[in-house]
Structure formats: C-alpha cells, structure tokens
Design a protein around this ligand. Structure first.
Ligand code: NDP
Ligand code: MG
Length: 382
C-alpha cells in the first residue's frame, strides 16, 4: 500500500486526488490547505491522517477546535508545509497548491528524497532549474499531474528521449477562443470563469482564459522533459480529447487521449506505472465524431508570447512573468483591473524587470517579489 501526503487537498485537484486515493486504498499521512479549515478537518478525519496543516494563521485555532477530539496533529504556515514535506515513510507528496508558494515545500520534499506528483505548475515555472537539478541530485521522481504533461510522460514510456523531435502541446483555447482584443476588452470575471471543458480552481481558470496557462505549461514542459523552445508546438484542440503528443525522429506521432477528467492523470501519477480502473467516463470517439486543430492566436493573447519570451531569455524571467501574473490575476478576481490588463501587466513586467541568473532559491523569490511589487505599483497608476 502506498502512503502519500497532499498539499492543497481542499482544491479541485486535491479533492479529486482524495477520491482516487479512496478507490485504490492509498494511505494519506498528511493534508494541507490554505484557509478552508472546515473541509480540511473533515478530510483529515475521513482519511484518518496524522497531520493537518493550515497555512493561514487566522484559521489555526479554528482547525485546532475542529480537531480537538482527535489525535491529528495540527501544523501551520510555511513551517507546517515544510514539516509535511520532510515526513518519513511517505512514498509521494502531491503538490496541488496554487501559486509559487508550492516551490519551497517541493524543494524540501525533494531534499528529503520523497517523490513528487506535481500539479502545481507555478513551482516549475518559477523554480524549474532548482527543482529539476535537486530532483536529479537526490534521485527523486517527478510525476506530472497536469493533463498535457501527463500525456507527454505517457507517450514517452518505452521510447528514447534522445529520439524525440518535438512535442505537441494541446490547448483548449479557453472560453475566449476566436475573440478579438476589442471583444476581450468587454469580458467580465463571470465570463472568464466559464471554462468550456474543465472544472478547475479560479486562478487556473483565469489563466486558461488569458492563455497564460499554456505559456506556463510551455515552460513546465521544457523543465520536465529537458526540451528547447523550438521543440514545442502549441496546437489549439477545442475538444480536449488529445491531451498532448510526442513526435519522434521517424515522424511517428504518439498521442494520449481520454475524456477531459483530471482523475486520469492524477491516478497515473499516484499509481505509476500501473493502470488501474479509474472513476471516470470512458472515451467514445464516435460520440465526438470530429476533432479540430488550429494555431494559437499569439497576437491577441499577450500572456502566451510573454511566457515563451521569458523562458527564451531564461534566468529569473519565468519567475517574473509568473509572479506578475499571480498578482494581476488576484487583482482581476477582486475586480480591480480589467481582463486585458492582466496580459499588459505581464508583458510590462517582462520588459521592465532585469534578468538575473538563478543560483539559489533567493534569486527566484526576489524575482517573484519584484514582479509583484511592479504590478502593484502599475495598478496604482491605472
Ligand atoms: P484550487 O484553487 O481549486 O485549489 C488550491 C488548493 O491549494 C486549495 O486546497 C487551497 O486551500 C490550497 N492552497 C492555496 N494556497 C495554499 C497555501 N499557501 N498553503 C497550503 N495550501 C494552499 O486550485 P486547483 O486545484 O485548480 O489547482 C491547483 C494547482 O494545480 C494549480 O497550480 C493549477 O495550475 C494546477 N492544475 C490544476 C488543474 C485542474 O484541473 N484544477 C489542471 C492542471 C493543473 P484552500 O481551499 O484553503 O484555499
Ligand atoms: Mg493543463
């Protein structure tokens, strides 16, 4: 029986991971959330965990009260996340928090020698170099949970990495596919939160609407699979049936397909290399009838090109675009800026913040902080 921990258990990925864990008798040793103490306490009791960690200081007493009649130890803040990441007897830590706050716990778990199931893409975008080097040094596996990266990982099984020509990273195109800048100027938060194929947390749903999500995934793929930017082709595929593909030297293309349901990649990451029954629908290609493919619109969706430029420049620039985006999306969700301003702020941050080399975690944290400050200052001027 496998033992895992989950950071971000109350979110979209976290709750689906718990479903998968229940089905396959995976033991959960610890759970963590940001502020949803009620759901975290329920999960902690239901899954009989040893530790429950709440990040938000104001909610610690609330969680303690909810768990007072149990033996579950309550942890708090970043220290608590790091404690979970350093637990012994854990086969894999699922990192499904949102945002680059997941970077430090991931590095901690890697240094501890614990495998990672990684949903939290911001971690690899901001700290890809640190994370991949540390994983290599410690002999730790990183199992991708993001559906596209899980697909690529699956398409690579049994093949030689050195014989890969390129990968095809599919994109649903989000709720605003085909729209012009003029039309996007008018969209609301409610419109942006309506994704055509996936039900996800708010931040990634907005990232899908701006195509920042695909930009982040582009960077994530480069780190996970050791690719150059020229080896990644983004293809808009509205139906989200082909989750991505790999083209080999012989021009053979291997794709991975399935219904759009995150439980499939979550389960593959947690049970790798096994393929067990999954609580989802089976794919019927004839129900779909046709599948469509198109080129992405780099002109309209600023964030996508900003991410590609950032990783091409390298150093701290991916952390800059990620930090700027996290801040801008939070402000958009609060109703303080317009939809198109997210892309403008990310582009501006890329243009105005100087590149530094990444030698240690502080370099990444500083770049992230500078990007957030930059965005906050710009918003004051708007
Ligand atoms: P949600 O917003 O639904 O959930 C985020 C989770 O992280 C919640 O449990 C939240 O707790 C927790 N969390 C946030 N900040 C902290 C913190 N500082 N410390 C501890 N826990 C924290 O997000 P998703 O599940 O949609 O996404 C999670 C990650 O997975 C993101 O990086 C996203 O890009 C990636 N991903 C998601 C996909 C999806 O289908 N949802 C698909 C592919 C990737 P609380 O509930 O208390 O706020
Ligand atoms: Mg994805």
């Amino acid at each position: 029986m496998k033992t895992i921990t989950i950071l971000g258990s109350t979110g979209s990925i976290g709750t689906q991971a718990l479903e998968v864990a229940k089905k396959h008798n995976i033991k959960i040793k610890a759970l963590a959330a940001h502020s949803n103490a009620e759901l975290l306490a329920k999960q902690a009791v239901n899954y009989n965990v040893d530790y429950a960690c709440i990040y938000c200081k104001e909610k610690v007493n609330n969680l303690k009260e909810l768990l007072k009649n149990t033996n579950i130890q309550v942890l708090e803040g970043m220290e608590g996340l790091k404690q979970i990441a350093s637990l012994d007897g854990v086969d894999c830590m699922l990192n499904s928090v949102v945002g680059m706050v997941g970077l430090l716990p991931t590095l901690t778990a890697i240094e501890h020698g614990t495998d990672i199931a990684l949903a939290n893409k911001e971690t690899l975008v901001a700290g890809g170099e640190l994370v991949t080097k540390a994983a290599k040094r410690n002999g730790v596996n990183i199992y991708p949970v993001d559906s596209e990266h899980s697909a690529i990982f699956q398409c690579l099984q049994g093949n030689k990495k050195s014989q890969v020509n390129k990968i095809i990273l599919t994109a649903s195109g989000g709720p605003f596919y085909g729209k012009t800048k003029e039309e996007l100027a008018l969209v609301t938060k409610k419109d942006a939160l309506k994704h055509p194929n996936w039900s996800m947390g708010q931040k990634i749903t907005i990232d899908s609407a701006t195509l920042m999500n695909k930009g982040l995934e582009f960077i994530e793929a480069m780190w996970l699979f050791d690719l150059n930017p020229e080896q990644i082709e983004i293809v808009v595929h509205r139906e989200s049936v082909i989750h991505s593909a790999v083209e080999y030297k012989d021009c053979s293309v291997i794709a991975q397909m399935g219904v759009p349901d995150m439980k499939i990649p979550i389960q593959y990451a947690l049970l790798y290399p096994n393929r067990m029954e999954c609580p989802t629908k089976r794919l019927s290609l004839t129900d779909y009838g046709t599948l469509s493919f198109a080129k992405p619109d780099y002109e309209t969706f600023d964030c996508l090109m900003a991410c590609i430029k950032a990783i091409t420049i390298g150093g701290t620039m991916p952390a800059v675009v990620n930090g700027a985006n996290e801040e801008a999306v939070a402000e958009f969700l609060k109703g303080n800026i317009k939809f198109l301003e997210i892309g403008e702020l990310v582009k501006e941050a890329l243009k105005n913040i100087k590149k530094e080399e990444v030698t240690c975690l502080e370099d990444v944290l500083n770049a992230d902080n500078n990007a957030r400050l930059f965005v906050r200052e710009r918003i004051k001027e708007i």
